[in-house]
Design a protein around this ligand. Sequence first.
Ligand SMILES: [Zn+2]
Length: 126
Amino acid sequence: MVVEHKSLYEQFADKCRHFNGIMNDRCNVGVPYDQFRGSGLPCLKSLGCSHLCPSASFFSHEEVAEKERETNEQVRAFIAEMTEGKTCVICHAPIEGRYQVGRCVYAEPCGHRQYQGKVEYEKKGR
Ligand SMILES: [Zn+2]
């Protein structure tokens, strides 16, 4: 089985700037997704039917490059924070301890899941 993997750039370039996911009823400028049922979703350039929506608008090369740069920076910051281990990767509160629940490691005192892995002790009483 071959799994096609789109780069971050390709993913940003493929989506209409108003697309907010089909779990919503309408896109960010109020176009209902329902009307495209059966005809194809114009929100993804790769589906070849963007002409079906007069509001379809795709990011320029410069915009896509900027979104790619921002996302890569966020990922770098997230990994740096997790590697340093001094603050929570979710709420950025100082970590005073860690505990294991199943395969995951959680931070104290905020209680946010940090990563899958093992820690030395399991917090009692939770
Ligand atoms: Zn937290």
